[in-house]
Design a protein around this ligand. Structure first.
Ligand code: COS
Length: 384
């Protein structure tokens, strides 16, 4: 099935698949074990143009869109769900500037991001503000022509490896979500420090770090949008980035299914390959149906975004559907491998570990079900 992709997209998928096979597959287990950040692969992704796909042409990008980002992320995630984040999380960190930045900010920052000269990271979550993103405490105080940031952000993907951090901070604590603002903070800004690097269950080749702001002075021209618009900037960003997580989940689920199929074909028990048993066939059929259904929703959502339609609901939906699929399918893939599936000598258990985070980050699936429900209620009008 070619999923109605254009020629450019077919070529893109083939390139990502080749890079996955030749460059990611050989190092995935080692980088996972040691928690190695894939600096070598970032260079390869940049040369392949992966960072330029979702940037506007006038700022050095290819002006393609979210579907292309989704296709690349899915393909790379079939080989390693952690390494693919060097692409997907940079998109997340860049979207606040693409969607809400000024022309000057776009001219200054987007060409280097599109060229993959450095990575980006999105800083919203805090130790006591996860799902309740509106209760962030990191402060940004206006002093003359600067903002001074104090506080800390946790679980920042690409943290410590990014050149640009887009940060949501409170500029007026009394105003709640309407008292937050978004800022661009460059790596190397005095007062911006990397705190603890997390030791994770999965996606171990991706860095997840605490970012600390200690009297970190940011020029006022680095304010994204207007003062007080930070929460809206963050929400619009997540509406745009969630299909990327969904694509990561798609790749993890499909990658696990591909492995399970191959194993079921070659593993023999009771004198025949186990794929001959109907119990296994039904399992594999279910896994494949779930993956295809998720893919249809993810691609449709990406196409809606690229067509300029509002897709906040679909973005939440596709992230939930794809990540729940990835968790189920990767767990079943381990089951197909039996005892060997549970052992680290075989690559399939990594898919199960990598899948779990996709149900948690960029909005837990519980929060996203709430987002979907809020849209449904809005659509049916006033509820008595
Ligand atoms: N696009 C634009 N604006 C949005 C929006 C969206 N998708 N969703 C909400 N807003 C706006 C609302 O319109 C509202 O604006 P006004 O104050 O002008 O009316 C404001 O944001 C607050 O919205 P709401 O009242 O819905 O906020 P809640 O505190 O109820 O929180 C949830 C909403 C739970 C959806 C939000 O906190 C959330 O997405 N949490 C998960 C965060 C997350 O994904 N974290 C992952 C880490 S980042 S990688």
């Amino acid at each position: 099935m070619d999923y109605f992709l254009d020629d450019f997209q077919k070529e893109l998928v083939a390139t990502a698949r080749r890079i996955g096979k030749e460059k990611i597959k050989p190092v995935a287990a080692e980088y996972d074990l040691n928690g190695t950040f894939p600096h070598d692969l970032v260079k390869i992704f940049a040369d392949a143009g992966f960072y330029s796909l979702y940037h506007p042409e006038e700022y050095g990008g290819l002006g393609r869109g979210v579907l292309d980002l989704v296709l690349v992320t899915e393909e790379l995630s079939k080989f390693c769900g952690g390494i693919s984040l060097a692409v997907a999380a940079t998109a997340l960190g860049s979207f606040p500037i693409i969607l809400s930045g000024s022309d000057e900010q776009k001219q200054k920052y987007l060409p280097d991001l599109a060229a993959g000269k450095h990575l980006a990271a999105f800083c919203l979550t805090e130790a006591s503000a996860g799902s309740d993103a509106g209760s962030i405490k990191t402060k940004a105080e206006k002093k003359g022509d600067k903002y001074v940031l104090n506080g800390s952000k946790v679980f920042i993907t690409n943290g410590g490896n990014a050149g640009i951090y887009t940060v949501i901070a409170s500029t007026d604590p009394d105003k709640g979500t309407r008292g937050t603002s978004a800022f661009i903070v460059e790596e190397g800004t005095p007062g911006l420090k990397v705190g603890k690097y997390e030791d994770k269950m999965g996606i171990r080749a991706s860095s997840t770090a605490e970012m600390v702001f200690e009297d970190c002075e940011v020029p006022e021209e680095n304010l994204i949008g207007r003062v007080g618009a930070g929460f809206a900037v963050a929400m619009k960003t997540l509406d745009r980035s969630r299909p990327g997580v969904a694509a990561q989940a798609l790749g993890i689920g499909q990658g696990a299914l591909d492995m399970a199929l191959e194993y079921a074909k070659t593993r023999e028990q009771f004198g025949q390959s186990i794929i001959q048993f109907q119990a296994l066939q039904f399992m594999l059929a279910d896994m494949s149906m779930k993956a295809e259904a998720a893919r249809a929703l993810v691609y449709q959502t990406a196409r809606m975004i690229d067509a300029g339609l509002s897709a906040s609901k679909e973005s939440a939906m596709c992230k939930v559907v794809a990540s729940d699929m990835a968790m189920e399918v990767s767990t079943d893939a381990v089951q197909v491998f039996g005892g060997y599936g549970y052992m680290r000598d075989y690559p399939v258990e990594k898919f199960m570990r990598d899948a779990k985070i996709t149900q948690i980050y960029e909005g837990t699936n519980q929060i996203l079900r709430m987002v979907v429900a809020r849209h449904l209620i809005k659509e049916i009008g006033k509820v008595s």
